[in-house]
Design a protein around this ligand. Structure first.
Ligand code: IPD
Ligand code: CA
Ligand code: CA
Length: 250
């Protein structure tokens, strides 16, 4: 399969159907509960139905945020978050994206994150690199006097805020990891034990291919199941000195 073409055509279809609902309370109507216990909103459902209709004929396994696992007995598993950043979408904050990751067995092969409002296409190809609109991207060099991070916490490690210059918490971790990959942030961490594999599967490959170090909250390489319900802690940084600072603090 040409995964890039498949991913982009699904992203464009999702875009066409959901953008008219951007910032409208209607899109936030609760219509179910996801496998991780989150509420499924109308916008999530519209987007996921498009994804499922497009992928089912391919006979691949699917893991999607609202519906969970569909095992088709295939070697390939597509891990999707049809809309990452639903709160932002519903409340008119323009940071949300479509996240699509292809695994062969347990190994990531290809990933796309589509950022709807900027029409940015982020891609990660295992062993090859990361791209934004076809151009290679890389994490930036750390300047220890001007660290910028996204930091999700419920109190743990709050001291970290005093050790960095800027904190930007944008409400769509898939997008924030892509920003890290392109060199706009130095780190992204969520230590609420709340992130699910569906949130980060695509962006983790993109970030990794762009030079990001990705660990759990103990500094070990981040491992996750292809699941829509596993809860994770994640630390993603552009430099091991920043990882050290974070691990000393949290
Ligand atoms: C959410 C976003 C957000 C994170 C939440 C997720 P959703 O995903 O990734 O950044 O803080 O934990 O639930 O529900 O908008 O797909
Ligand atoms: Ca998500
Ligand atoms: Ca979602």
């Amino acid at each position: 399969y040409e995964w890039n073409e498949i991913a982009l055509s699904i992203a464009k279809e999702v875009e066409k159907e959901i953008l008219p609902l951007f910032g409208k309370p209607e899109g936030g109507k609760v219509i179910g509960v996801s496998p991780s216990g989150d509420k499924t909103k109308l916008v999530d459902k519209i987007a996921e139905d498009i994804v499922l209709n497009a992928l089912k004929p391919l006979g691949v396994n699917i893991v999607s945020e609202e519906i969970g696992n569909i095992d088709a007995g295939s070697d390939y598993t597509i891990v999707v978050d049809p809309v990452d950043g639903s709160f932002n979408f519903i409340h008119g904050i323009p940071i949300f994206g479509f996240s699509f990751a292809v695994f062969k067995g347990s190994k990531p092969e290809y990933a796309m994150l589509y950022e709807f409002m900027t029409k940015s296409i982020y891609e990660g190809i295992s062993g090859e690199g990361a791209y934004l609109n076809g151009r290679p991207i890389h994490v930036r060099e750390l300047n220890e006097k001007a660290i910028a991070i996204s930091f999700y916490t419920r109190g743990r490690g709050v001291e970290l805020i005093n050790k960095v210059k800027r904190v930007r918490v944008l409400g769509a971790i898939a997008i924030e990891l892509a920003y890290l990959a392109k060199g706009s942030l130095d780190g992204v961490l969520d230590i609420r034990n709340y992130v699910r594999p569906t949130d980060i599967a695509a962006s983790a490959l993109i970030a990794k291919e762009a030079g990001t170090i990705i660990t759990d909250d103990t500094g070990k390489e981040l491992k996750f199941d292809l699941s829509a319900s596993e809860k994770l802690n994640i630390i993603a940084v552009n430099d091991k000195r920043l990882l050290k600072l974070i691990l000393e603090t949290i």
